[in-house]
Write a new protein. Structure first.
Length: 649
């Protein structure tokens, strides 16, 4: 690939993205095509302008890619409940000190405003949440729907509370499921950014020793399964690690274009979040596609072009709401850390270890860094910079080793109620009886730390990528698949699949010093539902158990197969109704789960199959007053409590 002139690139590639916002500290993320000096000005509601102190961290990832985290320190608290505009201005390091340029253009601002901005709301009256945003999935984008909602908030502030946060609970990108046109754009962008080549370890397929070899290889598009590694016994590690199988519930063919190199993942994020990197990219198909694959490529082009058309709105939303992010498996690879067997295979081979490590490096830079900047000290960031300068070298391997052992991805934002985001991917409770059994989503030590963090709070917003209280029938199918030795067939990852982790999380909910109100925000499953959960006490001497709202919104740009979901929903209600003998045999002890009905759906439905974004409104005690799904077709679906509805006991 010939490298176009650097002048083709805009100075700002992506962002600004608003990240953690506290009374006197703000974090902003920005991607640029050149080194910059940066300053930020805040426009307060009373007409005053503030220039907070700026701490700038610049990670150079290529000849023309810089990833910036801008931390602002204020001398006084942010005003609560009023609009605060902000101007990010940049200048070339060697330019006139007085020559500053705005890092945003008018399209990034809402009507009536000259700059992007936010409304600081430490007491959470409303928030948006969602997960699972696959670029080549048709049917609109939940973040575009969020943009329309923010316009409503500005037009009718008395009717619409400004959200305190946008919670993205996993699968912000799909590293393991990439459309051909997206991969083509990634490779074009790698050349434009001048990202360095990368030596690839342990590649057994001939002729692919470096990233540049992979990009030229005829198997690069739709045939990467033949390049991915195999175990020593000859069995396909692809099927175990990269999910290259058809699944009876979550039907997907993965790994055909699984991202491999660090450059690919770095470019993917830019293309997922901003229209700027798409400018001038040629999406003509690569050579040597057969007729069937060429037809697939053209079909995917339609979906990808629709995705790109909405990126202006997506970029605007990310600039106006504090964005809390959390990884799930597709941010890294399908079924990431599902079981001890998966981990042994994935981390025991240098090539698959590199693939997973590259995605984790990119997650740090694009997502994890802004969640809690203080978790990433100068020593770790220095290791990241060394790896970016020489991908494939010893510094790169050392960084991956360090990140695979890193245990500080979780975080808490000091809102009211506090927003606690748990890491259910790298703290796994591994099965001691069978390597193939699914691991618990959090181990004993992590759950103990969570219990300590919860102490003393009357209410909490708990973010878990996977629902803690899921659909009983689907969890049963997952248990059956696990019993038959095929947990990968049905994504057998749920909180109740591991007895130790299930018992520990329920005991945390019941503990007398943990909150009485839990709002659990989840995604992952590609459908939406709401459960009211009451945990009963075992004796009359104990105080009443907490009230728990399990709220699942999924996906932003993905859907469960509609007909299959309708069948599973119907069977779940039939097999596990309160009067069903099967329900009595499998009841969840000391627990009452009441599903809410999504308004306007067919009679009896409890699971909503509609892409969009979730909106939760809370009272002063942190209890949900209204729970809705804002659908990508412009509609709204409320989940209404119905006392007369059948309960699952």
């Amino acid at each position: 690939m010939n490298e176009p002139d650097a002048d083709d690139l805009p100075p700002v590639l992506a962002g600004p993205i608003l990240r953690c916002v506290q009374p006197r500290r703000i974090a902003l993320w920005l991607a640029t095509s050149r080194p910059m000096r940066v300053r930020v000005e805040l426009d307060l509601h009373d007409g005053r302008r503030s220039s907070p102190r700026v701490t700038l961290h610049d990670m150079r990832a290529g000849a023309r890619l810089h990833l910036l985290l801008i931390q602002l320190e204020l001398d006084e608290d942010l005003p609560v409940g009023s609009w605060t505009g902000y101007r990010v201005r940049w200048a070339d390091p060697d330019a006139d000190p007085a020559a500053w340029t705005d890092a945003h253009e008018p399209a990034l601002c809402y009507p009536g405003h000259e700059t992007p901005g936010f409304v600081f709301q430490p007491r959470v009256a409303a928030l948006l949440h969602g997960s699972c945003r696959k670029p080549h999935h048709p049917g609109g984008d939940g973040l575009e729907r969020a943009d329309r909602h923010l316009q409503q908030c500005l037009a009718s502030p008395a009717d619409h509370a400004w959200p305190s946060a946008l919670v993205l609970s996993g699968d912000q990108v799909y590293c393991d499921d990439v459309a051909g046109p997206m991969l083509r754009a990634i490779h074009r962008l790698i050349a434009r950014l001048g990202l360095p080549d990368e030596a690839l370890p342990g590649v057994e397929a001939g002729g692919v020793a470096r990233a540049s070899d992979l990009y030229r290889d005829p198997r690069c598009y739709y045939r990467r399964l033949s390049i991915l590694p195999r175990t020593r016994g000859g069995a396909a590690i692809v099927d175990l690690v990269f999910g290259g199988v058809r699944k009876p519930i979550f039907t997907t063919d993965n790994a055909l274009n699984h991202l491999v190199t660090l450059g690919e993942v770095l470019a993917m994020y830019l293309l997922a979040w901003s229209p700027a990197p798409w400018q001038g990219l040629d999406l003509s198909p690569p050579d040597r596609l057969d007729a069937r694959t060429a037809a697939r490529y053209e079909d995917e082009c339609v979906a990808v072009r629709g995705f790109v058309a909405g990126l202006g709105a997506v970029r605007r939303v990310l600039a106006h709401l504090p964005v809390a992010m959390l990884f799930d498996d597709h941010d890294i690879s399908d079924d990431w850390n599902l079981s001890r067997e998966w981990e042994d295979a994935a981390y025991g081979h240098p090539f698959s270890r590199r693939v997973i490590g590259n995605a984790l490096v990119a997650y740090l830079l694009y997502q994890g860094w802004g969640n809690r900047p203080q978790a990433f000290d100068d020593g770790l960031l220095g290791c990241v910079q060394a790896a970016l300068q020489a991908p494939g070298g010893p510094a790169h391997e050392a960084l991956i080793e360090r990140l695979l052992e890193f245990r500080d991805w979780h975080y808490t934002w000091p809102t009211t109620p506090p927003l606690m985001v748990v890491d259910s991917r790298t703290h796994r409770w591994r099965s001691e009886t069978s390597a193939r059994r699914p691991s618990g989503l959090m181990d004993w030590e992590a759950l103990t730390d969570l219990q300590q963090a919860l102490r003393g709070h009357p209410a909490v917003l708990l973010v878990s990528a996977a629902p803690i209280f899921g659909v009983k029938l689907i969890e049963t199918l997952q248990r059956v698949a696990t019993f038959l030795g095929r947990p990968l067939m049905v994504d057998a990852e749920n909180w109740m699949s591991h007895p130790g982790a299930a018992s520990a999380i329920l005991n945390i909910f019941r503990h007398p010093q943990t909150p009485r109100t839990f709002v659990v925000l989840s995604g992952d499953v590609h459908y939406s539902f709401v459960y009211d959960v009451e945990l009963r006490t075992r004796t009359r001497l104990q105080r009443p158990g907490p009230h728990i709202w399990q709220i699942c919104s999924s996906g932003l740009r993905n859907r469960f197969p509609p007909r299959l979901l309708a069948v599973l929903d119907h069977l779940n209600r039939w097999l596990y109704s309160p009067r069903s003998p099967l329900n009595r045999l499998t009841r969840r002890r000391h627990m009452r789960v009441t599903p809410r009905k999504p308004q306007g759906t067919p009679h009896g439905r409890r699971l909503l199959d509609a892409s969009g974004i979730g909106l939760v409104e809370l009272d002063a005690q942190g209890r949900p007053t209204r729970i809705r799904q804002l659908t990508n077709d412009g509609g709204e679906v409320a989940f209404v409590p119905r006392d007369a509805e059948a309960r699952e006991d």
